[in-house]
Design a protein around this ligand. Sequence first.
Ligand code: SF4
Length: 231
Amino acid sequence: MARVTRTSAPTARARAIIRRLRLEYPDAGCSLTFRSPWELLVATILSAQCTDERVNAVTPPLFERFPTPEAFAGADLADVEEAIHSTGFFRNKAKSLVGAARCVLHEHGGEVPRTMAQLKLVPGAGRKTANVVLGNAFGIAEGIAVDTHASRLSLRLGLTDTVEPVKAERQLMAVVPRRDWTDWTHLVIAHGRAVCTSRTAFCERCVLVDLCPTGAQERQRSARTARARPR
Ligand code: SF4
């Protein structure tokens, strides 16, 4: 089998990247805690512009207070706002949660819908949220959730040429095997937190360096800097 390198076809590189990252992050998975599709939908809506840790701290008391979509649908907006205040953008998020609960209740018989077309229409749930819920609560891969980590990593790895989420998702769907769509997001998020961070790409300790065009540029840059240093 030919060795996969940074100049190999994107599909071959994507497969090799997945294999490496699986070894590196065997426990990578959804870091939002949830017990049902509805809870994951709520947690994902809350995770916009907020850390998963904060969301995971807020949701247990939130679900104790509002245990079902019915409870959210009938809630006073101010009470929901107060319960989710620390996740930021709490007014919009509270409106989304109550709207989502009413939509799930009145249009889907109280069950979170299982298709992209239906989920995208739930208040507060765009394509990214729908991908998270479909992939992690139902095991359905209709697309790839592209958050800031996934967007940055995919770009640096040369598998996308844009940070525009819908275009980047389409480009990824063309090179990542469908069975790996949900895991792709988990794996690159784990790598984006540990090594290829938004501030610095630590290419010198990255397991993907031989598969990554950005890593190659970094190596050349470091070599030039070392050569230019006075002896
Ligand atoms: S080689 Fe560098 S840029 Fe590429 S994935 Fe690794 S840390 Fe990120």
